[in-house]
Design a protein around this ligand. Structure first.
Ligand SMILES: [Zn+2]
Length: 164
């Protein structure tokens, strides 16, 4: 069973390659022009995600797949990496995998010369991770009562100010 987070990421990755979501019995397609804005999903992407849930997630699926968004959120399905291109793809927990990856009709894919689709990078979390790593490296100095530890102690406080 894929989490909401995984399904959003799955759609975000394929949107970045220009794959739309088909909905309303094939009548409509959804494809936000921008997917990522800074360290989060774009408002356009969020609107699209809300629409999918408002319409009926059981009637929305990524072009090139047979798996609806509602099915992905059910225990019968997982999201795994395509063996050809490593993009996230639907995979049933039981039975045969779908015969093709949505990438099959992308002529220039996989393409190692262009950046892979990505998730938003949260610089706040990155900074916190750096701060925590600095804390850990400075810890032994403090425990030993080393007087030269002053600079090591100051550093995380400075990072604290940046992180807020
Ligand atoms: Zn693929």
């Amino acid at each position: 069973m894929a989490s909401q987070h995984q399904v959003r990421q799955y759609l975000a990755y394929w949107f970045q390659l220009g794959k739309p979501v088909i909905c309303n019995g094939g009548k409509d397609t959804l494809l936000p022009r921008s997917v990522i804005q800074g360290d989060r999903y774009s408002p356009e992407f969020d609107t699209c995600w809300e629409k999918i849930q408002a319409i009926d997630a059981g009637d929305c699926y990524l072009e090139g797949t047979i798996t609806t968004i509602a099915e992905l959120l059910s225990p019968a399905w997982e999201i795994t990496a395509c063996c050809r291109c490593t993009m996230p793809v639907p995979m049933p927990n039981v039975g045969m995998p779908p015969p093709t990856c949505p990438c099959v009709d992308l002529p220039d894919w996989p393409n190692t010369e262009v950046p892979m689709p990505r998730s938003p990078v949260n610089s706040q979390i990155l900074l916190q991770q750096i701060r925590d790593r600095l804390r850990q490296t400075s810890l032994p100095f403090n425990q030993n009562g080393n007087q030269n530890s002053q600079t090591n102690v100051d550093l995380p406080d400075v990072v604290d100010d940046i992180v807020g």
